[in-house]
Design a protein around this ligand. Structure first.
Ligand code: SAH
Length: 406
């Protein structure tokens, strides 16, 4: 086990259970780094702080795991964390019209770099740290016991795979642990009564964003009679909700042609299942475009509802400043283009952007656009994506539903 000494003063936030330690906080490591592994973490005056996982190559050098000197975060510890996370979701599992949710939410569930979703019995694990990758066997064994699943697919996070040195291979296994070929059949599931299918290979992530579940229902309430722009639509979950909410029309814009094609397929699916009215398909147009270029050239006063759900623009703290400019630019353009009294549902899923900074960004965008804003709804990820209060970054998804007054 490594022994790591934290610089004086830097331990204050760590003893309050903030789990992330960056290189600047580390005074000494012994022996010197060879490969990722467990560490005992001490203050400069030799007091025990926590056990953690040390990986000098990672953008988060040290993840703290256990603050109890008697509890070493070994394989048994990890298995317990997995069981706990799954058990805590059991109360949510019984909903009639939803069979998709997040079972493990990374470090908010005390497991660095492991996000696990279930879609109608199929598990999708997204791996974003060496800790999760190095413990894949333990994770798979624990899940076999804790969850009654049909298949599990393990997907390296495309954002972090290069910097974390993760394997690029997607692996799939059946219930008995036999390797299966990834990607033969679509997985069909329901969220809030709407049918979706995940096409194997459609994306580097799980193929669906179940963190927006509650917000889709909120947006649906405002859709009636509106001309909607679904910007960064992906496979159209917001579009489908707007259609169910009787929107006048929806224009879906995304940079991914395959996502847009799948969006159209999912409208048919829900028309066939009688979830959506039969005139839904004719209300929808799609456009493959860069959202920034699209917003710049979009016609003024065409839309009275705009959904802005861009990808994670700040994947790490160092990218935050540029990301903020991009978020502000996008929001300012939407405010300029929307009809007076129009509704914008604006989101950011960057963990390094705080809720306060996000709100500030929206307010600066409004003053640049020369408009007034009323906040109608404040949005976040659903309760299967808990926010760990000692890790502010776990409050990664924030959204505001605003009225633009001109
Ligand atoms: N709103 C979606 C999720 C959006 S995820 C839902 O509810 O399911 C972000 C989407 O942005 C992805 O589909 C990605 O293809 C798209 N995207 C990424 N960069 C983009 C860009 N520059 N312009 C347009 N779309 C972009």
């Amino acid at each position: 086990m490594y022994e790591i000494v934290i610089r004086k003063g830097k331990e204050k936030i760590l003893v309050r259970h903030n789990p992330w330690v960056f290189t600047g906080a580390i005074k000494k490591v012994s022996p010197s780094f060879t490969d990722a592994g467990l560490a005992e973490v001490l203050s400069e005056d030799g007091q025990f702080i926590a056990y953690g996982w040390y990986d000098e190559k990672s953008h988060i050098t040290l993840h703290l795991l256990s603050w109890n000197r008697r509890i070493i975060p070994d394989e048994g510890w990890l298995e317990e964390r997995i069981n706990d996370a799954v058990r805590r979701r059991k109360v949510l599992a019984s909903s009639e019209d939803t069979d998709a949710m997040r079972l493990i939410h990374g470090e908010a569930d005390f497991i660095p770099g492991l996000a696990l979703d279930i879609y109608n019995g199929h598990l999708k694990a997204i791996i974003s740290s060496r800790y999760a990758q190095d413990h894949l066997d333990v994770i798979r064994n624990a899940l076999q016991k804790a969850v009654n699943y049909k298949t599990i697919t393990i997907i390296p996070d495309s954002f972090y795979a290069p910097s974390e040195g993760l394997s690029r291979r997607v692996l799939s296994f059946d219930r008995d642990g036999n390797s299966i070929e990834n990607g033969k059949e679509n997985i069909r599931f329901r969220e809030s009564g709407i049918y979706y299918e995940i096409e194997p290979g459609i994306s580097q992530k799980s193929g669906f964003y179940c963190d927006q579940r509650d917000n889709r229902n909120i947006v649906e309430k405002y859709a009636n009679g509106r001309t909607v722009l679904d910007a960064c639509s992906f496979t159209g979950a917001f579009t489908l909700h707007c259609l169910r909410g009787r929107a006048e029309s929806v224009h879906a814009v995304d940079s991914s042609q395959s996502a847009l094609r799948h969006l159209l397929y999912q409208i048919h699916l829900n028309e066939n299942e009688k979830i959506l009215p039969s005139d839904s398909r004719e209300k929808v147009t799609i456009e493959e475009a860069n959202v920034f270029a699209y917003m710049r050239s979009a016609e003024e006063n065409r839309y009275d509802m705009i959904i802005l759900d861009p990808p994670k623009l700040a994947s790490t703290k160092s990218k935050l400043e540029n990301a903020l400019k991009a978020y502000k630019d996008l929001n300012r353009m939407a405010m300029l283009k929307i009809k007076p009294d129009g509704i914008i549902a604006t989101f950011s899923c960057s963990g390094s952007l705080t809720k306060e900074a996000f709100r500030m960004m929206v307010s600066y965008a409004a003053s640049d656009a020369g408009v007034e804003i009323q906040i109608l709804e404040q949005m976040s990820a659903g309760c299967d994506h808990p926010v760990r209060i000692s890790l502010p970054e776990s409050e990664y998804l924030k959204g505001l539903l605003i009225r633009v007054i001109k």
